[in-house]
Write a protein that binds this ligand. Structure first.
Ligand code: IMP
Length: 182
């Protein structure tokens, strides 16, 4: 399924196989880093869901999972950095080792807001694991402990990433054709 590129796609950046291999590597790094500590993964809805579930399956220590959702105006077509929590975590994170799992870090403004908010809740540690990292567009410096792929400055879709809520279910990551991304 999802094998034939869609008309909206310019080129495939990472195949399903490349993604699976890289996620296993990052999961192994996380396993080593947090061995002996119960880990809580916090996914940012909706984009990180595909990545988080794939990652969690390969982490070899017990993990808890929670989600939050944000309303973000931090996209390419509007003012960046205006973010609020639309759905909060189900449980507190006090004294827990927490890894925030993101689909992509672009300007870093969303993550800065989330890190500020979550760190005020008293976790034992608070790290960041992102599927994609577009460092070239960063506006604020954010510590990213784990990343799967660094990507060039093009709008991408698939494996959780959307354009107008579409294409999250693609098994690969692709660059959109510029004319479809306006
Ligand atoms: P930031 O606050 O600029 O780092 O934006 C992060 C959010 O913008 C991500 O969680 C995505 O929801 C969205 N985003 C940024 N770049 C892309 C992209 O290339 N494709 C799909 N969504 C993106």
């Amino acid at each position: 399924m999802n094998r034939d590129p869609l008309p909206a796609i310019e080129r495939i950046l990472f195949t399903e196989e490349q993604i699976a291999l890289r996620i296993q590597e990052v999961a192994a790094e996380i396993t080593e880093r947090y061995r002996g500590k119960p880990l809580k993964l916090i996914g940012v809805l909706k984009g990180s869901v595909f990545f988080l579930t794939a990652l969690a399956r390969h982490i070899q220590i017990p993990v808890k999972i929670d989600f939050l959702a944000i309303s973000s105006f931090s996209n390419r077509s509007s003012a960046p950095g205006v973010v609020r929590i639309a759905k909060d975590l189900d449980e507190g994170i006090e004294n827990e080792d927490v890894l925030l799992v993101e689909d992509i870090v672009d300007t870093g403004l969303t993550l800065r807001y989330l890190l500020q908010t979550l760190s005020s809740r008293g976790p034992n540690s608070l790290g960041v694991c992102t599927f994609l990292d577009r460092n070239s567009r960063r506006l604020v410096q954010i510590p990213v402990e784990f990343r799967c792929f660094e990507i060039p400055d093009h709008f991408v879709i698939g494996f959780g990433l959307d354009h107008n809520q579409l294409y999250r279910n693609l098994t690969y990551v692709a660059v959109m054709k510029p004319e479809k991304n306006t």
